[in-house]
Ligand binder design. Structure first.
Ligand code: SD4
Length: 328
């Protein structure tokens, strides 16, 4: 072996052993091959969503498309009557109506969304149809319902007995005050990167419990509740939607990653931005972000302690505690 080849080989293995990916990123055009074992990966907001990540993993592990994975994942809490913040069983608005918000994005940058949708158990699938079957991105309220029915979705009563009872109990005081981490914040925001390194994201929720009739949060807003860019990575948000809307949080996270930030740094930047711009509100409100980049690295961060998330990677479905900004 000539000296040059020996040198290259030595450097390659030496570099890999030392994990000096940034050096190789500069000289190897397809660095992705070196990181292949971290794929596929899926991340979702909130610990209880392990069944959702498992459903997504089912698709991903067989080589399926990230878009199919996030849709399959989001449908799990949507159909779960025990989950009081998503789909069927979601807590209603202050007038007793279950109104749902959802959005989805694929690896081509296509996006679909529904908001203020009633009577349909799987808003995420309606959002996907909006993306795939209409020239639009977002359908709202009555129009979204009409479209869903036209597409063959079933009209159902989504208010479960326990959600009705919770609403009746709430009406006694009718106090509108979200409580950190107990705001029935199990909204699922999910981002997946499949074996072919295609990225997709989904977000679905019944929104804040006992919200004003007609209130729409961040979850169905592309760039707020969720955003993906196949060149960069993706992010999703949970928590008090008003804070995420005002800062277009998920878009911000992706743009930070585009500028080279690690997903963890990127989510921290978004949380800090919210805290800086809305200092008087963050004391009593939670917001959390999850993100993954195209290399399969991830990040998660929130304003307050108590935000957890699920990461399914390398065959392991793990609930992890996110870091948080405010102490005490
Ligand atoms: C909203 N962001 O409607 C949603 C609520 C949420 O977990 O995340 N709940 O504001």
């Amino acid at each position: 072996m000539n000296t040059r080849r020996k040198f290259l080989q030595h450097t390659l293995w030496g570099g890999l052993a030392a994990g000096s990916a940034s050096f190789w990123e500069r000289i190897v055009p397809n660095i992705d091959l070196l990181n292949a074992d971290v794929l596929p990966v899926v991340i979702a907001t909130w610990g209880p969503n392990t069944k959702a990540t498992a459903a997504a993993w089912e698709v991903l592990s067989k080589g399926g498309r990230a878009l199919d994975a996030v849709e399959a994942g989001a449908r799990v809490p949507e159909a779960d009557p025990e989950d009081s913040s998503v789909g069927y069983g979601g807590l209603p608005d202050r007038d007793g109506n279950v109104t749902l918000d959802a959005c989805i994005m694929d690896e081509f940058g296509n996006a679909g969304s529904v908001n203020f949708l009633q009577h349909i158990m799987h808003p995420i699938s309606v959002a996907r149809r909006v993306m795939e079957k209409t020239p639009h991105v977002m359908l709202s309220g009555e129009g979204a319902l009409q479209f869903a029915l036209q597409e063959g979705f079933k009209k159902e009563n989504l208010l479960t007995d326990s959600a009705r009872q919770a609403w009746e109990a709430w009406k006694v005081k009718s106090e509108y005050k979200p409580v950190i981490n107990i705001e029935r914040h199990d909204t699922i925001g999910m981002v997946a990167l499949d074996k072919q390194r295609r990225i997709a994201g989904a977000c679905t929720t019944s929104g804040l419990a006992f919200k004003m009739h007609g209130r729409v949060g961040d979850s169905p807003i592309i760039g707020a509740g969720m955003f993906v860019d196949n060149e960069v990575g993706g992010a999703a948000a949970t928590g008090l939607g008003e804070l995420v809307l005002r800062t277009l949080g998920s878009f911000l996270v992706v743009e930070e990653m585009r500028r080279g930030a690690h997903p963890q740094k990127a989510v921290e930047t978004a949380v800090k931005r919210i805290a800086r711009k809305h200092a008087s509100l963050v004391k009593d409100a939670q917001v959390g972000f999850v993100a993954i980049d195209k290399k399969g690295r991830h990040g998660a961060f929130s304003i307050h302690k108590g935000f957890n998330y699920v990461l399914y990677q390398q065959g392991e479905n793990k609930v992890m505690e996110a870091g948080h900004l405010l102490r005490g």
